[in-house]
Design a protein around this ligand. Sequence first.
Ligand SMILES: NC(=O)c1ccc[n+]([C@@H]2O[C@H](COP(=O)([O-])OP(=O)(O)OC[C@H]3O[C@@H](n4cnc5c(N)ncnc54)[C@H](O)[C@@H]3O)[C@@H](O)[C@H]2O)c1
Length: 416
Amino acid sequence: MSKKMSHLDSIPSTPGKFKMEKSAYVHNRLRWHSSLAKLTFWSFMFMGMILIFFFRSPSSNPLPQDPSRRSLRTYNWGGPAWEKRVRSSARIRSRNGISVLVTGAAGFVGTHVSAALKRRGDGVLGLDNFNDYYDPSLKRARQAFLERSGVFIVEGDINDSALLRKLFEVVAFTHVMHLAAQAGVRYAMENPGSYVHSNIAGFVSLLEICKSANPQPAIVWASSSSVYGLNTKVPFSEKDRTDQPASLYAATKKAGEEIAHTYNHIYGLSLTGLRFFTVYGPWGRPDMAYFFFTRDILKGKSIPIFEAANHGTVARDFTYIDDIVKGCLGALDTAEKSTGSGGKKKGPAQLRVYNLGNTWPVPVSDLVSILERLLKVNAKRKLMKLPRNGDVPFTHANISLAQRELGYKPTICRVV
Ligand SMILES: NC(=O)c1ccc[n+]([C@@H]2O[C@H](COP(=O)([O-])OP(=O)(O)OC[C@H]3O[C@@H](n4cnc5c(N)ncnc54)[C@H](O)[C@@H]3O)[C@@H](O)[C@H]2O)c1
């Protein structure tokens, strides 16, 4: 301090006409310096806090880095105009029609099922969170298509219990067609949380609302052929084991089947699970092989052709979307009523699981040949061993149960 003072002492006074009294000058000067330092310090603190707040604020970062949280954003819903749209979309317009809440309505299968139900005069209300697992503009285009057919898609997450409760308050749905899910087997290694969020937590959240609804709806939902996992016995039958999933996606679908059993057992909910086998068709999902193979062939990029163990063929039981839609409608039409009401079971209820496949597995190398023929471009094929990333070597459906009980009969038999 004394050193500082002596230093200050040596500073020439303000060049001017008068000289301050020395000690007062030093004192004031020190006070001035310390206030300036304080001011600077607090200004920096304040600026820092603003910056921290700014960078941590959700509104400054609308797409958080963890994609499993993308669908947790809040949505606008409610109000008289919104309720009017909900009611109008769900209104039954045919004799013996049903009123269906379709989750995942902006998705590939959801769009086709919603349109088909609407065409035959059923009441349909969609629900979708429009997440960006793949380009949401495709989901928006499907939404616009459904809008023209009179189907309103409510934007929201199946984990939003308040929204689901509101929907059931506004409409006494007779059925729920539950198609909302995190699809795709390989993406599960990148973002496992999104599978737990949509396929497990979301399913439970939906069932909780359905069980408490009065009347309880009957529920038809999408399981997957992936539950057959590493099974080698073909064709896959509903009676086969499903305890060796090859991906987290498959494991969440298998979990869904067990959860369905529980809600049926405790609350008397009528539940039908449909195990879809590789669905393809217009408005399809861009993450599926026939889409990205086409893109890569046109770009001149090489196509990996996977080989199973011992040079085995990798094949898929590709099923055309129109056949899947017929299977979904068949399941809705044969679903018995749930037996409970307001969360109480009154008697045993229906619990079913069906394969919806094509029974004609197509080797992936044949799929590439078909694309080559249609695109008139030769693919650069790269033979590779099937990696352990969720894919299974082979799928092949036994569909006799669905044929017998749902009247399911695929009409597009071959991918040609
Ligand atoms: N397409 C197939 O080959 C196939 C095969 C087997 C099973 N499945 C199952 O069929 C169903 C439909 O599949 P798809 O091919 O139409 O997939 P998709 O991804 O096109 O459709 C799913 C829709 O659900 C929505 N969604 C996801 N999580 C949600 C959430 N938490 N809340 C609200 N909406 C949510 C998505 O935005 C998407 O629009 C899925 O359950 C899928 O697992 C599909």
